[in-house]
Design a protein. Structure first.
Lengths: 111, 112
C-alpha cells in the first residue's frame, strides 16, 4: 500500500527563520508528488514534482524531489506569520488519480 | 467566484439519520473526488469520478453513496449515520486524473 510519512509533525519558529519540511514515500510506480498548504479550510496547491520536474520554486518556497532516495523537501525562507499552516505532502502512484496524503506538518511562525 | 463549493459547510445530526453533502465546481474539470479528513488531519480518499464515471471506490461502508449527475457536480449521501462518521469531508476536482487537485472548503459533519 502506498505510504507517505512527513516530519517533523510540528514545529515552531520565529519570523525570519528558514524551515525545511520532509516527506518520504513508498509508492508503486511513482508518478508525482504534490505539496499543499492548509490553513483553516481548503488545502491549497503549492507544487507538483514529477520525474521531469524535480525542483520547483515560487518566491520564498522551494521544493526538491529525490526519486532515488524516495523523499522530498519543502523549504521556506524568511518565514512570516502568514506561513503558519499545516503543510501536506501527497503522492500519486500506479493508479494516477489516487492521491495519498501524509499526516502533515504543523508549522507555527511566531512574530 | 468560488471554484469548488460545498454545501452545507456545517452539519450536526443524530446517529441513524441520513444526510447529503453537495459539491459543484466551475473550473471545467472532468474529475472530482471526495476525501475524508479525520481529527488527526489525515486526508483519505473515498471516491473519484472521471467524466461522471466512478473510477475510485475505496474501502468505504456502503452507507456512503456518491452521485455525479454531471461533470461539474458530485454529491455524497450518507445513510444511517454513525459517531465515527464525524469528520470534515472535502470535495476536490482536477483536470484529468493526473492534474493537481483543487479543494472545496470542506463540510464539517458532527454526529451526536
Amino acid at each position: 500500500e502506498d505510504k507517505v510519512v512527513q516530519s517533523p509533525l510540528s514545529l515552531v519558529v520565529h519570523e525570519g527563520d528558514t524551515v525545511t519540511l520532509n516527506c518520504s514515500y513508498e509508492v508503486t510506480n511513482f508518478r508525482s508528488l504534490l505539496w499543499y498548504k492548509q490553513e483553516k479550510k481548503a488545502p491549497t496547491f503549492l507544487f507538483m514534482l514529477t520525474s521531469s520536474g524535480i525542483e520547483k520554486k515560487s518566491g520564498r518556497l522551494s521544493s526538491i524531489l529525490d526519486k532515488k532516495e524516495l523523499f522530498s523537501i519543502l523549504n521556506i525562507t524568511a518565514t512570516q506569520t502568514g506561513d503558519s499552516a499545516v503543510y501536506l505532502c501527497a503522492v500519486r502512484g500506479e493508479y494516477g488519480n489516487k492521491l495519498v496524503f501524509g499526516a502533515g506538518t504543523i508549522l507555527r511562525v511566531k512574530s | 467566484d468560488t471554484a469548488v463549493s460545498q454545501t452545507p459547510k456545517y452539519l450536526v445530526t443524530q446517529m441513524g439519520n441520513d444526510k447529503s453533502i453537495k459539491c459543484e465546481q466551475n473550473l471545467g474539470h472532468d474529475t472530482m473526488y471526495w476525501y475524508k479528513q479525520d481529527s488527526k488531519k489525515f486526508l483519505k480518499i473515498m471516491f473519484s469520478y472521471n467524466n461522471k464515471e466512478l473510477i475510485i471506490n475505496e474501502t468505504v461502508p456502503n452507507r456512503f453513496s456518491p452521485k455525479s449527475p454531471d461533470k461539474a457536480h458530485l454529491n455524497l449521501h450518507i445513510n444511517s449515520l454513525e459517531l465515527g462518521d464525524s469528520a470534515v469531508y472535502f470535495c476536490a476536482s482536477s483536470q484529468g486524473v493526473f492534474g493537481e487537485l483543487f479543494f472545496g472548503e470542506g463540510s464539517r459533519l458532527t454526529v451526536l
